[in-house]
Design a protein around this ligand. Structure first.
Ligand code: NAD
Length: 486
């Protein structure tokens, strides 16, 4: 069956989801399709009053029993939701592919299947994770119990809209909270659909409220709302800082922040170079490098750097270039014209500074915002291409003479999200793993698996707290200490 669809014939759910129903709202922010640049819709912007409606709906629904329900009831409802998400995959995939950079063929078996799996993973925690008994003296009994926060405010980016919504909703709901979620103003449709499917699955109306809008108006109203008990954010480090400032100004609350990255991939001389080149090229081609984990800084032993560069250049070829609504497309466009120009500007500045372009280095000559997979080398250490998160399909290549220099180069002044290490020497791999400053380290591979038990999160200014794993569930509940004299 062909997955291709006509983007002009898709009916878009466009409005806030409050109390389980779609609340139509006037469009305010122009939306463009990355695949052909066409304007096609306008995203509404929820003001503080609309956000308050969503928060009060969440409070009522959460207090009506979800938080205190038999935990297995939450598990069952979340399983039904995951089943519906899978059954709705063809429709969800179209909504996602239309506005985002995700090719339609990758969504069903990829983002959507993984989201359903992750929701089931968190569903199963509802009746397994709890408090602890403490080893107090015999004359007393000490324990900790955990409780939901109430209403969690979640804000997600545009690069993997369904997956990011799942990362926020899964643990928060399983842990007994309601959620008010603001998706990116560029990619809201799949999140709206997820919320409507939640109601169909029997998750009480009001537990998943979605408000549309931008950061300064809607986002601020969420993070600053006194009845939002916790904030869970994924996006840029700059927006993370603005959110921290707003939370500090309006009253304190716990925050999970998953932010930007500029992750290194270190290739030692004894590495399997074909395996390394394949993993590195795949990681920067996937979603055209628009991934927080993109391993964009390749750092290689000088003895093998030329061989590696050749193998990389041979693989940095865009295949399956085409609109996201064509079932044969595999290479993603860039999210916006502005972002395309920013990427091109960073590459041109690097070239003006003396960098060599070993692959790509240009916009693709076709409709839409496509940029060629690019490999840059001979960069001065202060080059913006080495320092800034490019969020595009651009790799930089630097050489090292020994392990100490490799580790020094791997260190980024701001970010510490992920790192890749390629070597056949186990001791070297373990030494490098210990020394690298990153929240996740991949050895002889680059990228996540479907082991949802493994948490993800950043060191440094790449974030605070973790998504996925037990950690994400635990961070969705607050801990109360109890001491009883017997
Ligand atoms: P962004 O920070 O511009 O926007 C993310 C979301 O935050 C959007 O919904 C936006 O409307 C909202 N927002 C912006 N300013 C805000 C404010 N002041 N208050 C409240 N909300 C605000 O990021 P983006 O361009 O959508 O996404 C790309 C960024 O996300 C990259 O930096 C990438 O590394 C990061 N990211 C991180 C992870 C991770 O797990 N660490 C995952 C995906 C993306």
């Amino acid at each position: 069956m062909s997955l291709s669809f006509d983007p002009d014939r898709l009916t878009l759910p466009l409005g806030h989801v409050i109390d389980g129903t779609l609340v139509p709202a006037a469009g305010a922010l122009a939306m463009h399709r990355p695949s052909d640049g066409a304007g096609y819709a306008a995203c509404p912007v929820a003001d503080a009053e609309m956000v308050d409606r969503a928060v009060q709906s969440g409070r009522r629904a959460q207090a009506a029993g979800w938080g205190g329900a038999v935990p297995r009831d939450r598990t069952r409802a979340l399983h039904r939701w995951a089943d519906l998400i899978e059954a709705d995959a063809p429709h969800l995939a179209q909504l996602e592919a239309l506005s985002s950079t995700r090719p339609v063929a990758q969504l069903g078996p990829g983002d959507i299947a993984v989201t359903a799996e992750q929701i089931r993973f968190f569903a199963e925690m509802a009746d397994k994770e709890g408090g602890d008994l403490a080893p107090t003296r015999d004359a007393s009994l000490g324990m900790t119990v955990t409780e939901p926060y109430g209403v969690v405010g979640a804000i997600t980016p545009w690069n993997f809209p369904i997956s990011m919504a799942g990362w926020k909703l899964g643990p928060a709901l399983a842990a007994g909270n309601a959620v008010v979620l603001k998706p990116s103003e560029m990619t809201p449709f799949s999140t709206i659909r997820l919320a409507l499917l939640a109601v169909q699955a029997g998750i009480p109306a009001g537990l998943v409220n979605v408000v549309l809008g931008d950061g300064p108006v809607t986002g601020n109203a969420i993070t600053g709302h006194p009845d939002i008990a916790k904030v869970s954010f994924t996006g840029s480090t700059g927006a993370g800082q603005a959110i921290m400032a707003n939370v500090a100004r309006t009253g304190m609350k716990p925050m999970t922040l998953e932010l930007g990255g500029k992750s290194p991939q270190i290739v030692f001389a004894d590495a399997d170079l074909d395996l390394a080149a394949e993993a590195i090229a795949r990681s920067i081609i996937f979603n055209a490098g628009q991934a927080c984990v993109a391993g964009s800084r390749v750092i290689a032993d000088r003895r093998i750097i030329d061989a590696l560069a050749q193998k990389l250049a041979a693989r940095l070829v865009p295949t399956g270039v085409g609109p996201t609504w064509d079932g044969a497309s595999a290479y993603s466009p860039i999210i916006s014209e502005r972002q395309l120009q920013r990427i091109d500007g960073i590459v041109s500045d690097a070239v003006a500074q003396g960098a060599q372009v070993l692959a790509g280095g240009r916009r693709l000559d076709r409709a839409g915002w496509f940029y060629a997979p690019t490999l840059l080398t001979d960069l001065p250490p202060d080059s913006p291409a080495l320092l800034q998160e490019i969020f595009g399909p651009v790799l930089t290549l630097q050489g090292f003479d020994d392990e100490d220099q490799a580790m020094a180069l791997s260190d980024h002044p701001t970010y510490g999200l992920c790192a890749g290490i390629f070597t056949r020497d186990l001791s070297r791999a373990m030494r490098a793993m210990r020394r690298v400053r990153a929240g996740t380290v991949w050895i002889n591979r680059y990228g996540r698996s479907r082991d949802h038990i493994l948490p993800t999160g950043g060191y440094g200014q790449s974030g605070i707290g973790k998504d996925l794993g037990r950690e994400a569930y635990r961070a969705s509940r607050q801990q109360k200490t109890v001491l009883i004299d017997i």
